[in-house]
Design a protein. Sequence first.
Length: 476
Amino acid sequence: MAPESLQTEIVTLKQQLFDLQYAERLHHALFKIASLSHEELALTDLYQRVHEIVSQFIDAKNFFIGLLNEEEQTLTLPYFVDEQDVGDKDMTGQVLQLGQGLSSYVIRTKKPKLLTPDKITQLMTEGEIKEVLGSTDFKCWMGAPMITGGMLHGIIVVQSYAEQVKYNQQDLQFLDYVANHIAMAIESNINATQRREAQRHLAEQHRLLEQNNKMLTDTIAQLKKTQQELVQREKMASLGGLVAGIAHEINTPLGICVTGISHLAEEHKQLKADYVNGTLTEEALQEYLDEIEQGLKIISTNADRGAELVKSFKQVAVDQSSNEQRQINVRSYLDEILLSLKPKLKRLKHTIEIECEPQLSVMLNAGAISQVFSNLIMNSIIHGFDEIEQGRIKISIYSKNNNLVIHYADNGKGLAPESLNQLFEPFYTTKRGDGGSGLGTHLIYNLVHSSLKGSIKVNSELGKGLAYLIKIPLTH
């Protein structure tokens, strides 16, 4: 083989070896770059790794990454390494307004660019660029846009200040590949960061919700306990008022009985004295007998009245303080309830009409029914008939479809819609300044729904009175 041919073959083999080594280094670098998008690195670590990988393939002593804020048209430099821009000239972290510089040119065209001073001069002449930021004595400049999924994230740039370091189209293709994969890694990092932040936020929200739920549960339990205590107090207050009224009412017939007995005792003492002294006349005896007859009649009548009051009070009081079911005659029991309310009703001119079959007998919670009617009637008197001298209450009771149906209506002042909507709410009262507790109608609602397992509806208009419809399921 001739020396010239041998020399040519050696050159060819060296070129092939160089190409193989280049291809191997390129493959290795591209693999590392592609792997970055699958690693959850902090962005500062990511930029450092990219710089290291690029430096293994091309001269990249001067390297920076710019992130685009499309809305504000700015470019932030989170990573910046330059041989000449050091110290006060270090641009790391700076935010640059997009203009007509080299980086802006690449971002505007969205294409990788390989530029030399001559090419830059030509572009400036053509008006494509107007300025060069930072050091301007570089010999070669490459910039590639970071694009993924059609979205532009920023730019990656390398530049050389040495005459012997000149980039070529292969280097530009490599940088373009790197830029696209950096964009994927950045997007993956942002998504992972957002996902972690969302998970952290969700966990914090979950913790706060659990905490708030516990607080609400405790508050509701406390409110229910307080509500039960207040309802019980209202029941006891109602019972206390009943006791006071009945005691006052019983005092009258008992007083008459005491007075009558005292009078008869005096008459008996006088008769005995006349008899002992022998001065007893037939006329005096006859007067004594008449006095005895009249006195006994008065005492008997008032004793019966007192006994009736005691019996009524005893039954109603026992019922109101217990929750036991018993068989009652509805009409008779309602009469007993009205009798227990007599001390509060007798000085008023209001009338109460009752429509109920005399033989209607049902098994239910008698105490709850007593309290319901007592509160309904007293509410009509206190609220409905306020400033009304002669009001009328009509109560209709009948059995239908295994329910005890109660229609209760008065012709009082009635309620406006906004007041009607709040009628059964605890502590709502139209007599707030006059001692109203706001628990009367709430107690009625609670008794109908909880104790009697029934339902209650109300209807009213201002000036047209108020009406209730109560349905109570019957047990046998």
